[in-house]
Design a protein around this ligand. Structure first.
Ligand SMILES: O=P(O)(O)O[C@H]1O[C@H](CO)[C@@H](O)[C@H]1O
Ligand SMILES: O=c1cc[nH]c(=O)[nH]1
Length: 293
């Protein structure tokens, strides 16, 4: 098999992958992703022991065990463009022989779980609640750079493309399923909501926020609120889930996401205790994930 060229799979002088600075033995099979680099320590402080701690740019990584299960927690920074880097480099660590630069003959499936913050678009989902993403709805267009026909949920993607009045200059929206088993496990807790999570390419205009710049389509959030397919609704907006779900499906991994709702866009409220909410979410998620095979 032909080796992947140095310009395509870039390795640092110590053999680690280019942006993450990680070596294959430094990652676990279960990987928690968070947007904020500061959140990595807030997850890893619960570990029984810490094996590795590696930082480069916004990508901070810690690997250790919690209740005997091995976890890696990594910050992705903000946005689906960073997810392209994080998912491809983590997959390379697991599934490419970095010495021969060829894909390994045996596929290793990783499990990705995003622990994030998000804004609810439904009145009925208050701040400080937790939402598990049954599906990711992408406005980013990232997966269309890959062969992704088999990754998308065809009926939901068709339904959202029909429902939304999307300006032709914007990427087409797409919907991807989260991993059924991991989603179910994360949704077990009392009061946890399930829904479709929208991932937008920005925090302000792309999520319908107006400060000074006027929106091309002021009805966008209302259109999202009204969408329903097979009794599933769009619950919340953030900036990474669609790409994590999409690339995981394309690369043969499992993915789920759970978000603390810190803003309610329908009522205009912001959480009075976002840090406490996220810390509660972290502990809940770790305790659920130790039950995973
Ligand atoms: O809190 P994190 O995980 O960063 O997630 C949300 O917060 C950031 C925006 O403030 C975006 O990354 C969004 O997805
Ligand atoms: O409304 C919100 C809150 C957190 N993160 C987002 O991307 N949007």
């Amino acid at each position: 098999m032909e080796a992947i060229k140095e310009s395509e799979l870039i390795l640092n002088p110590d053999g680690s992958v280019y942006h993450l600075n990680l070596l294959p033995h430094q990652i676990a099979d279960t990987i928690i992703t968070v947007g904020d680099p500061n959140r990595v320590n807030r997850v890893a402080k619960h570990f029984d022991n810490l094996e590795y701690s590696v930082d480069k740019r916004e990508f901070h990584t810690k690997t250790g065990t919690y209740k005997g299960k091995r976890f890696t927690v990594i910050s992705t920074g903000i946005g689906t463009d960073n997810i392209d880097i994080v998912l491809n480099e983590l997959d390379a660590l697991a599934n490419i022989n970095l010495e021969t630069r060829t894909p390994k003959s045996e596929h290793k499936q990783l499990t990705f779980v995003r622990i994030g913050t998000s804004g609810s678009i439904q009145k009925s989902i208050p701040v400080d609640s937790f939402v598990v993403s049954q599906k990711g709805l992408g406005f980013d267009g990232l997966i269309f750079y890959y062969e992704s026909d088999k990754a998308i949920n065809p009926s939901f993607t068709k339904a959202i493309q029909k429902h939304l009045k999307i300006h032709p200059g914007k990427p087409k929206p797409y919907i991807i399923d989260g991993d059924e088993q991991v989603v179910k496990l994360l949704a077990e807790g009392q009061g946890i909501k399930l829904g479709i999570t929208g991932s937008n390419v920005g925090f302000y205009g792309p999520q319908g926020r107006v400060l000074r710049a006027k929106l091309q389509d002021p009805s966008f959030i209302d259109q999202l609120v009204e969408f329903k397919c097979d009794n599933e609704i769009i619950t919340n907006l953030e900036m990474e889930t669609s790409a994590i779900f999409g690339l995981s499906k394309i690369l043969g991994h499992r993915a789920a996401a759970i978000n603390a709702i810190i803003a309610n866009r329908a009522t205009g409220n912001f959480s009075e205790q976002p840090k406490e909410s996220v810390d509660k979410l972290i502990l809940y998620t770790l305790n659920q994930l130790v039950k995973l095979d």
